[in-house]
Structure formats: structure tokens, C-alpha cells
Design a protein around this ligand. Structure first.
Ligand code: PGA
Length: 256
């Protein structure tokens, strides 16, 4: 956690969920409507097909809705893509950019991720910019170097704590059940904070840096209690309302 920073618990549903899964959105919207909502933000990023209905279901709730990707251009001949404006038009307020699955499945570069984040800002969306090292990069001791390069390349110069959230997701920890040690997470997050403050000044002291990669109800409190970890980006465990809410609920103790 970071002093004076409101944590964000974010779920990334990836390519999962049909209309039947809207029940889970409803349950999450209801579940985050307690006193904890005064201290902690909750966000679900369902597939694009569910965006509009998901925002409608959560209008009276503290739950926020986001998308998983956007195109870097405002409109045009880009078959199958979504613009940031279209996402905002569904009343969503966040968009994930540069997730490692986008980087690997669609060969997205830091340069492109930066352009996507800028497109998000132009549509008044908050961008969750994902970075993280692969297993090989970690083995060869390059973790911090990779984080430095990805932060420099993927985060726009105009980023600030309101418009931007960083998500540190070690690629080898995503969907594997593996997580870095507390010490490793602490070092990585302290390093990212220092890099951001060096570039953006004091304003970056309150920029949220999430941890993602195999966050579960059983490890949430430990991971989210680490210095400079300002929330979580959750894949698999965000699909079930009970798991997502259990992770969110870890902040009952952490913020007490
Ligand atoms: P996971 O995914 O929680 O299933 O490991 C995290 C992510 O990719 O955002």
C-alpha cells in the first residue's frame, strides 16, 4: 500500500463470459456496495460484448466497468477493433492497454501501447498500462531493466495519477498459480515507484501500481499489503463474484 493512495481491485475477464456471466457482475456490483467502497475502488473489465449491459447493471453501485484494450486511432478502417470513444460511449471509465497477452498474441510494442494509452486519455478513460518480465528475462536477471524499458516506452509523457494506473504482471505468474516472493514484489514496486517519480515528479507518488499474476483469495492480503502495491489486477479469480469479493474484502483488514 502507499500512503494517501486509494487502492484499486480490478478484474480482467479476458475472453471469458457470455450474457450468463452478467449474474456475476450483478453480484459483484452488490458486493462492493458496503463501507469499504469509501476507501477502495473496484473495477471489472468484461469482454466488449458485455460492456454496455455491465455498465447499466452497475450504475447504482460503486463498481466501475472497463474494457480490455482499445485501438490507438479515434475511428476508421480497422476491422474488429474498438476505439476508446466507443468504450466511453458504453459508460465504461477504464481500459487495460498492453496486457502481456496482447503484447504476445498481437505483437504489441511499447510504442503502440503508449499510443493506445494516449487514445484512452483523449476519450477521458483511465488507462491501466501493463508491464512485466517473462520467465527467461527473470532467469537472466533482467527484471528491473525490462520494467525500466517498458515504463519508459509504454507510459505517455502526459500520464498522471488520475489518468494512469500501472499494472506489474510478471508474465510467468499469469494464470500459472505462481507468484513472486514478497521480497521480489516489494523490490519491483519500489523500483517502479522510483522510476515514475524520477520522470513525473511528486505527482507519481500517488500513481497506482497494481500487482497482477495469480492473485487469489488466499494470497491477496499478503500481496496487497506490500509497500507500493496499490491493488491487484486479477484474471481467473475475478470470474467468480465470491472470489473477486474475497480479494476485495482483504482490504477490510488492510485499511482497518
Ligand atoms: P491471473 O491473470 O490472475 O489469471 O493470473 C492476471 C492477468 O492476466 O491480468
Amino acid at each position: 500500500m502507499t500512503p494517501d493512495v486509494r487502492p484499486l481491485v480490478a478484474g480482467n475477464w479476458k475472453m471469458n463470459g457470455t450474457r450468463a456471466a452478467l449474474d456475476q457482475i450483478k453480484a459483484i456490483a452488490e458486493g462492493v456496495d458496503g463501507p469499504l467502497a469509501e476507501k477502495v475502488d473496484a473495477l471489472i473489465c468484461p469482454p466488449a460484448t458485455l460492456l454496455y449491459v455491465a455498465t447499466a447493471l452497475s450504475t447504482d453501485s460503486a463498481l466501475m466497468i472497463g474494457a480490455q484494450d482499445c485501438h490507438q486511432d479515434q475511428s476508421g478502417a480497422h476491422t474488429g477493433d474498438l476505439s476508446a470513444e466507443m468504450i466511453a460511449d458504453c459508460f465504461a471509465t477504464y481500459v487495460i492497454v498492453g496486457h502481456s497477452e496482447r503484447r504476445s498474441d498481437h505483437a504489441e510494442t511499447d510504442h503502440l501501447v503508449r499510443a493506445k494509452a494516449e487514445a484512452a486519455y483523449a476519450a477521458d478513460l483511465t488507462a491501466i498500462i501493463c508491464i512485466g518480465e517473462t520467465a527467461d528475462e527473470r532467469k537472466s536477471g533482467q527484471t528491473l531493466e525490462i520494467l525500466k524499458r517498458q515504463l519508459a516506452g509504454s507510459v505517455p509523457d502526459s500520464a498522471n495519477a488520475e489518468t494512469t494506473v500501472i499494472a506489474y504482471e510478471p508474465v510467468w505468474a499469469i494464470g500459472t498459480g505462481l507468484t513472486p516472493t514478497v521480497d521480489d514484489v516489494e523490490k519491483a514496486h519500489a523500483f517502479m515507484r522510483a522510476e515514475l517519480v524520477a520522470r513525473f515528479g511528486d505527482a507519481a507518488k500517488t500513481m497506482r501500481i497494481l500487482y497482477g499474476g495469480s492473485v487469489k483469495p488466499g494470497n491477496a492480503r499478503e500481496l496487497m499489503g506490500i509497500a507500493n502495491v496499490d491493488g491487484a489486477l486479477i484474471g481467473g479469480a475475478s470470474l467468480k463474484a465470491s472470489d473477486f469479493l474475497a480479494i476485495y474484502g482483504a482490504y477490510e483488514v488492510l485499511t482497518a
